[in-house]
Write a protein that binds this ligand. Structure first.
Ligand SMILES: [Zn+2]
Length: 116
């Protein structure tokens, strides 16, 4: 399976889980497929988890339209998020808000580019 294919599948699975948990608050999903990291603007690269190349898929819910946005991060941001989560899984770090802002802007740009 191509990395892109497995990301799509993972996102579809996340969507099913979110739907089960949040019901109609989640209406659809969208993959942020740009090559730059929504956290810092660097290129997205694969990270190694236990010696294997891995892609870390993350997701957040864009509440207004109810869209689950799947996204990938570069190594540095992925590590920063991972380390923050190890210390306190419920704490938002500034990087989270940067990512959220960039993803929501990207999604809104995408929506606006579609024919009405
Ligand atoms: Zn980054």
């Amino acid at each position: 399976m191509t990395p892109e294919g497995s990301v799509e599948n993972a996102l579809a699975e996340l969507f099913r889980m979110s739907k089960a948990r949040f019901g109609n608050a989640v209406k659809g999903y969208w993959l942020y497929a740009e090559e730059t990291c929504p956290g810092c603007g660097r290129d997205i690269d694969l990270i190694k988890i236990k010696g294997k190349e891995a892609i870390s898929l993350n997701a957040l819910i864009h509440r207004k339209p109810g869209i689950l946005i799947g996204y990938l991060l570069c190594k540095r941001c992925a590590r920063q998020i991972f380390q923050a989560a190890e210390k306190n899984p419920y704490q938002q770090i500034p990087l989270h808000s940067t990512i959220e802002k960039n993803l929501i802007a990207a999604y809104d740009r995408y929506r606006n580019s579609l024919p009405a």
